[in-house]
Design a protein around this ligand. Structure first.
Ligand SMILES: *[C@@H]1O[C@H](CO)[C@@H](O)[C@H](O)[C@H]1NC(C)=O
Ligand SMILES: *[C@@H]1O[C@H](CO)[C@@H](O)[C@H](O)[C@H]1NC(C)=O
Ligand SMILES: [Zn+2]
Length: 459
């Protein structure tokens, strides 16, 4: 009885060892296959990735080219008006340009008459808050070009929408930051004063919490210390828009308030914003996630444009749109991470987003008239949910990449340490099991021989 029990144990141990070896073997062979694939992939991509991607300036526009082109369009386009943002005490030449899009908006008399009879849906949209997100200002230019010169049904629909809406664009808010990116600082997100414009706003300005990487926060010396954020503050306060959109890149998402905390705002307000975002996503970004920063990316941000617009200026539809991101890009390959690196994708992003602001305006009309008819989008994050599960998202890998790629956690490294640890533990288990079997076999062997050969007495 005792013997067969031991035999059973031995079989069990052998099976365990076998399992351990198999798992270990397969994980090793998988690692080898993976390493081979990595090597092959990296050899293929080596040539193009060895030198990081850089903008093709026959496709992308320098900041001054964008501003020049806007001025040129302004000479002939009746549906736009170009004006410097008003910043108290700052010279016009130092402030961002604002494009007002409206049906025949150049004709001020007609505009006065029409706005006396109709209250228009007003949108303020800012682009290029972070310099490295070059593509956002390209989208802004395309929006204006399409309204002024676009042909086809999409452009017609957009112009029609302008009969009852008005879109105020700030095509290049962070011009000094974009110019740094243009000179080769492809990871630059700060302006020429070293300030992150999307932390410079007067709503919970300068606060931090456990999710803050303190050395990466550059909120400025005080709330609205920068011309750029003051300019938009003045614009929002004079236009009093129905919607505020801060356009960014690095991911594909429509962010709703709040930026500074995990909890969602008042449920009715949140769902209203979510429904309208759902309509825009359906037409312009099917893969966009919809939720707040913490639940999607895993950190809180203080002093942001969105929180100020929603919390202080009480703009009912407040969004941060993340219009493009390349997750496969290597760390530090910031141009590729935040911008399409080939012309085909560039054109796709422009085509996908160029009429999105008019879809937004139309969706707000619909929401104001019959909110109940609009379904909640499937991808809308609710209070219990949290999608910031992967390390890249948890540390804001894509959308809030650190300045010039310095410091922080390397998610890939963390992952391979995990695999190594697992392999080590499996190997350890196998060694223990082998030792146990060997000891048992030796013990039973010495038992079976002990009868014929008397062992030496040692004491
Ligand atoms: C802000 O305006 C001041 C005063 O005109 C100017 O000296 C400064 O360069 C501007 N800052 C930026 C970042 O444009
Ligand atoms: C453009 O939109 C389509 C449809 O939503 C999507 O499949 C495609 O990936 C988008 N392109 C880019 C570059 O985002
Ligand atoms: Zn950004």
């Amino acid at each position: 009885m005792g013997f067969s029990m031991k035999k059973l144990w031995a079989v069990l141990v052998v099976l365990l060892v076998e399992l351990g070896v198999r798992v270990w073997g397969s994980s090793v062979s998988q690692a080898v296959i993976g390493a081979k694939a990595d090597l092959k992939g990296s050899m293929q991509e080596k040539a193009e990735r060895e030198t990081f991607a850089a903008p093709d300036w026959s496709v992308y526009h320098k900041t001054d080219e964008i501003l020049d082109e806007l001025r040129e369009l302004d000479e002939t386009c009746n549906h736009m008006r170009l004006e410097p943002a008003a910043v108290p005490g700052v010279d016009d030449s130092e402030v961002p340009l604002v494009v007002v899009l409206g049906y025949n908006v150049k004709n001020r008399l007609r505009e006065m008459v029409s706005s006396a009879f109709q209250s228009k849906t007003r949108i303020v949209a800012v682009f290029g808050e972070h310099g490295r997100e070059l593509i956002t200002s390209e989208v802004a230019l395309k929006v204006v070009q399409d309204i002024c010169n676009g042909e086809g049904t999409d452009a017609e629909t957009a112009r029609d929408e302008l009969q009852r809406s008005e879109v105020h664009l700030v095509p290049v808010l962070g011009a000094s930051s974009r110019r740094l990116a243009e000179m080769g600082e492809y990871c630059e997100r700060l302006n020429s004063n070293g300030v992150d414009l999307n932390r410079n706003w007067g709503f919970l300005w300068g606060k931090t919490d456990t999710t803050t990487i303190a050395e990466e926060e550059r909120p400025g010396t005080e709330p609205f210390s920068e011309n750029e954020s003051r300019a938009v503050k003045a614009l929002v306060e004079s236009v009093r828009p129905d919607a505020f959109v801060s356009v960014h890149s690095g991911d594909k998402a429509m962010l709703l308030p709040w930026d500074h905390r995990p909890e969602l705002p008042d449920r009715d307000e949140y769902e209203k914003m979510g429904k309208v975002a759902g309509i825009v996503a359906q037409e312009h970004c099917e893969s966009c996630q919809i939720g707040n920063v913490y639940k999607l990316f895993g950190y809180n941000a203080f002093g942001t444009a969105g929180d100020w617009a929603f919390g202080s200026a009480k703009v009912p539809y407040t969004y941060t749109w993340e219009i493009y991101g390349d997750f496969s890009s290597a760390r530090d390959d910031c141009f590729r991470m935040f911008n399409p690196a080939d012309q085909e994708t560039y054109n796709e992003v422009l085509a996908n987003w160029s009429t999105s602001f008019f879809t937004l305006a139309a969706a707000i009309h619909t929401a104001n008239e019959r909110l109940n008819a609009i379904p909640l989008p499937k991808q809308l994050i609710t209070n219990g949910q949290n999608r910031a599960s992967t390390p890249s998202r948890r540390y804001g890998f894509a959308s809030e990449w650190r300045r010039r790629g310095q410091g922080g956690i390397e998610p890939l490294l963390a992952r391979s340490y995990g695999v190594l640890l697992l392999e080590f533990m499996i190997a350890l288990m196998a060694v223990f099991a082998f030792t146990a079997v060997a000891l048992y076999l030796r013990k039973s062997a010495s038992k079976s021989t002990s009868r014929s050969m008397e062992p030496f007495k040692l004491a």
